[in-house]
Ligand binder design. Structure first.
Ligand SMILES: *[C@@H]1O[C@H](CO)[C@@H](O)[C@H](O)[C@H]1NC(C)=O
Ligand SMILES: *[C@@H]1O[C@H](CO)[C@@H](O)[C@H](O)[C@H]1NC(C)=O
Length: 251
């Protein structure tokens, strides 16, 4: 009888904790902290635009003014899988919070897919990844999350990283040459993804991912899903200097 009361007491106590606002949020956040690394994903806008237009002729792209890589997102990730994602729905995207950095975001965290609202893309990245990243102190708010992305791009823009190894837009390379360049310039292994032209079979450099540990120190990406690449390792990969044309309709 006595034991039973204690168990019941603990049960109601935990119920009380879970329904109490701040405690329940912390509890959810702790669950979502379950990841190994943060992937910082940069996209090559010309390839991202090609992929978007390939989906539909009616799609239009927004492109940066200069030849630069742009941000896709900062993604908390467990090894060998994707996610966690959508960790905390109690943290809705708030466009006004980004007002201080909105101009920079428009230039560097650009919505290549020309979304219906200026912040469609940012809301997506926040809901899906930012709400999982908030357990890291430096990323604990929307403004901090997006500001950190801008800083990382500033430090690691792949146009600069690759140029240090003489890898330039308009040329073709094997993927191993590109992977080695990243490792030699940064001292850590990254990931490269490609987009393939269905009709011509050509492959384009699409995204480059570099990884950070929970203290935001650059680390090897070994172990992340699809590491080190989904590109064809026996082929020359194009690093395009213009948006590749989708030829499906003509061929
Ligand atoms: C983006 O899309 C809007 C319509 O949603 C269109 O008016 C605008 O011209 C597009 N921008 C570019 C650069 O294509
Ligand atoms: C959205 O952000 C603005 C600017 O930081 C803030 O004043 C406002 O209270 C926030 N709104 C919500 C619903 O959190």
């Amino acid at each position: 009888m006595h034991k039973y009361n204690i168990v019941l007491g603990i049960f109601f106590l935990s119920l009380l904790h879970m329904t109490h606002g701040s405690v329940s949020r912390q509890w959810r956040r702790q669950t979502s902290a379950d990841f190994d690394v943060l992937i910082f994903t940069e996209r090559w806008p010309l390839t991202a635009c090609f992929v978007w237009k390939e989906n539909s002729e009616s799609h239009s792209c927004l492109l940066p003014k200069r030849d630069e890589w742009t941000i896709h997102g900062i993604w908390p990730t467990k090894y060998n899988t994707m996610g966690p994602q959508y960790c905390d729905r109690s943290l809705p995207f708030n466009a006004s919070a980004l007002a201080p950095i909105e101009n920079e975001l428009k230039e560097n965290w650009i919505d290549i897919q020309n979304g219906s609202k200026p912040y469609t893309f940012w809301k997506h990245e926040w809901d899906k990844h930012g709400t999982c990243a908030v357990v890291i102190e430096a990323l604990n708010s929307e403004l901090n999350y997006f500001e950190k992305g801008l800083k990382l791009l500033d430090t690691y823009n792949m146009i600069v990283v690759l140029a240090k190894a003489n890898i330039l837009p308009g040329e073709t390379y094997t993927i191993d040459v590109m992977l080695t360049a990243i490792e030699e310039v940064l001292g850590k292994r990254g990931q490269i993804t490609c987009a393939k032209h269905e009709k011509t079979g050509e492959s384009y450099v699409n995204e480059i991912r570099i990884c950070f540990d929970k203290s935001l120190q650059l680390t090897n990406c070994d172990g992340i899903y699809n590491f080190p690449t989904n590109c064809d390792r026996n082929k020359q990969i194009i690093y395009p200097s213009y948006v590749p044309r989708y030829l499906a309709k003509q061929m």
